[in-house]
Design a protein around this ligand. Structure first.
Ligand SMILES: Nc1nc2c(c(=O)[nH]1)N[C@H]1C(S)=C(S)[C@@H](COP(=O)(O)O)O[C@H]1N2
Ligand SMILES: [Mo]
Length: 497
C-alpha cells in the first residue's frame, strides 16, 4: 500500500464512522452524535480556569475553536493510524474501537440522553471498524490489483457520499417547522413602545432594541437543543402544593405579557459586549409558581434545560411581582430563535444569565440552595449574582483618532431599579454629568451622551461611571468577572487631532 492510500484508508474509516454516528443520532437525538457528545462532555469536564480562558480568548467563537481543534486531532489520529496500518490493519482497528468507546462514554455521561443514545456511537464504532478493514483489505489485495483499485475507489466514493447523507439526515429534527407553525404570539398586554430618542445610535450607541440576529449568545451547548413545541412540556415540582405539567399550548393560550428587558452575562468584562435588550413575550413566572403553590422553606428555583444545564434563582426574586420574571416564548415579535431557547426560556430582570435565564427550559424545581447547586456554582461562580451597576463608553472608540467636536456616548445599566446618573471625566479632571436618553424601564439599559468640548490636541483618557436609583455609584476599582461579575470604571484612550 502506498503512504497516500494508507492515509486515505485511515481517514475514510474515521469519516465513515462519524457519518454513521451522525445518521443514527438524527433518530435518537442530535446531541448523541459522537463528535458533538465528546465535545459537549469536554466542555462540561474542562476545568473552570480553562473555560474562563476560552471565553476570554475566543469570546463567542470558543465553540468553533473547540470543534476545529477536535477535528484536527481526530483527522491527525486517523491519518497516523492509517500510516501505521500499512502491514496489518490492527492499529487502525484499535483507533476505531478506542474512538468509538470514547463516544459511548461521552453519550452515557450526557444528562440529556436516554440509553438509546449509545446506539449512535455504537453505530460509529461498528461502521468505523468495518469500513476501515474493508478498505484495508481491498487496498492490499495482492491477487487482483486493478479490481482491488477499482473496488477501493468505489468504496471511497460511497463512504464520502454516505458521510454527506449522514450530515444532512443527521440534523433533521424538524424544529424549524415547529417554530414556524407557532405563528404570532400576540401579547394581551404589550410593552409600551420605545420612545423616540431612547438611544443615540446615530452617535455610536447600540440600538435600544437588539435585533435577534445580533443578540449576544452564551451557552454550553455545542449543538443547539432541538425541541419541538408540540413535544415540549414544563414540569413544576419539588416544594409545591401541587405538581404542574404545562404544555406549550397551555402557556400560549394564556394572556401573554410583553416586557422590555436587558440581559447581561456575568462574564462580561468592563466595556464588554455580552449585553443586549429585547421585547420578551411570555407568561409571568410568578403566576405559574403561585398556581403550583410554593411551600415554606423553598428558597431556590432550580431550573433545568433540555440539555441538562441548570441554574438556581432566589425564590423571593422570581415571586416578586415588581420584578416581572417571565417564562418567555417569544422575542422581538417572533417565537424564540432556537439559539435563544425555543420553545421556552426564563428571563429574570436584574440577575445575571447563569443564575436565571435557562434556555430550552423543561423543569422547574422548588428547592433550597442547600440541596442543589446549579451548573456554574460547582465551577467557582457565585451562588447569588444580582447584576451590578455598570456603564460603558461606545464613542470615542478605544485607540481612535477624533477631530472636531468630540461627543462621547455609551450605555449604562442597573437592573432592576434603573440608572439615575452617568458621569464622564477626561484625564482625571472634574466629572461632567451626561445627558440620559429617555428611560424605558429600570430593567432595561439607558443610553447617555455628553459633549466634550475644549479638548487640546493629543492623547486623552475618557472615563465613565454610573449611579443607580438607590444612589449607589459604580466603584472605581477593577474587579474581574469571576466570581460574581466585573466592576470598575470603563476608560478609553483616544487622540484628538
Ligand atoms: N440551557 C442553557 N441556558 C442558559 C445557558 C446555558 O449554557 N445553557 N447560559 C446562560 C447564560 S450564562 C447566559 S448569560 C444567558 C445568555 O442568553 P442568550 O444566549 O439568549 O443571550 O443564557 C443562560 N441560559
Ligand atoms: Mo452568562
Amino acid at each position: 500500500m502506498t503512504r497516500l492510500t494508507a492515509a486515505l484508508v485511515g481517514l475514510l474509516g474515521v469519516v465513515a464512522a462519524l457519518a454513521a454516528g451522525h445518521l443514527v443520532a438524527g433518530v435518537v437525538g442530535p446531541s448523541a452524535s459522537p463528535f458533538v457528545a465528546v465535545g459537549n462532555t469536554a466542555i462540561d469536564l474542562a476545568p473552570s480556569p480553562l473555560k474562563d480562558f476560552a471565553v476570554r480568548a475566543f469570546g463567542t467563537h470558543d465553540k468553533l475553536v473547540l470543534l476545529l481543534g477536535m477535528a484536527a486531532v481526530l483527522l491527525g489520529a486517523a491519518v497516523a493510524a492509517g500510516l501505521l496500518s500499512r502491514r496489518t490493519p490492527l492499529p487502525g482497528t484499535v483507533l476505531a474501537v478506542v474512538l468509538g468507546l470514547l463516544g459511548v462514554s461521552a453519550v452515557l455521561y450526557r444528562p440529556d440522553l436516554g440509553q438509546l443514545g449509545v446506539l449512535a456511537p455504537v453505530a460509529a464504532l461498528a461502521t468505523g471498524v468495518a469500513v476501515f478493514r474493508w478498505l484495508h483489505a481491498t487496498a492490499t489485495n495482492p491477487t487482483e490489483p486493478t479490481a482491488g483499485r477499482r473496488a477501493f475507489l468505489i468504496t471511497s466514493a460511497a463512504t464520502g457520499l454516505a458521510a454527506l447523507v449522514g450530515q444532512f439526515a443527521g440534523s433533521r429534527v424538524d424544529v424549524e417547522a415547529s417554530r414556524r407553525a407557532v405563528g404570532e404570539l400576540k401579547p394581551a398586554s404589550p410593552a409600551p413602545p420605545i420612545p423616540p430618542g431612547a438611544d443615540f445610535a446615530a452617535e455610536g450607541t447600540p440600538t435600544f432594541i437588539t435585533p435577534n440576529a445580533d443578540f449576544y449568545r452564551i451557552d454550553t451547548a455545542l449543538s443547539v437543543p432541538r425541541v419541538r413545541a408540540e413535544d415540549w412540556a414544563l414540569r413544576v415540582h419539588g416544594l409545591v402544593d401541587r405538581e404542574l405539567v404545562l404544555r406549550y399550548d397551555d402557556l400560549r393560550r394564556r394572556d401573554l405579557v410583553e416586557r422590555t428587558v436587558t440581559m447581561v452575562c456575568v462574564s462580561n468584562e468592563v466595556g464588554g459586549p455580552y449585553i443586549s435588550t429585547a421585547h420578551f413575550v411570555g407568561v409571568p413566572l410568578r403566576d405559574v409558581l403561585l398556581e403550583a403553590g410554593v411551600r415554606d422553606g423553598a428558597d431556590q428555583l432550580f431550573s433545568t434545560s433540555a440539555d441538562g444545564w441548570t441554574a438556581g434563582s432566589p425564590v423571593d426574586v422570581v415571586l416578586d411581582p415588581d420584578r416581572g420574571a417571565l417564562i418567555a416564548l417569544g422575542m422581538n415579535g417572533e417565537p424564540l430563535p432556537l439559539e435563544h431557547g425555543f420553545p421556552a426560556r426564563l428571563v429574570v430582570p436584574g440577575l445575571y444569565g447563569y443564575v436565571s435565564a435557562t434556555k430550552w427550559v423543561v423543569d422547574l424545581e422548588l428547592t433550597t440552595f442547600e440541596a442543589r447547586r446549579g451548573y456554574w456554582i460547582d465551577r467557582a461562580w457565585a451562588r447569588e449574582a444580582p447584576v451590578k451597576v455598570m456603564s460603558r463608553i461606545d464613542r470615542p472608540e478605544r485607540g481612535s483618532t477624533v477631530s472636531g467636536r468630540v461627543v462621547a456616548t455609551g450605555v449604562a445599566w442597573a437592573q432592576p431599579i434603573g440608572v439615575d446618573r452617568v458621569e464622564v471625566r477626561v484625564d482625571s479632571g472634574p466629572w461632567r454629568t451626561a445627558t440620559l436618553a429617555a428611560e424605558v424601564n429600570g430593567s432595561a439599559w439607558r443610553m447617555w451622551r455628553v459633549e466634550l468640548d475644549g479638548l487640546a490636541p493629543g492623547g486623552h483618557t475618557v472615563e465613565v461611571r454610573a449611579t443607580d436609583r438607590a444612589g449607589f455609584t459604580q466603584p472605581q476599582a477593577r474587579v474581574a468577572p469571576l466570581p460574581d461579575g466585573a466592576t470598575g470604571w470603563h476608560s478609553v484612550f483616544c487622540t484628538v487631532r
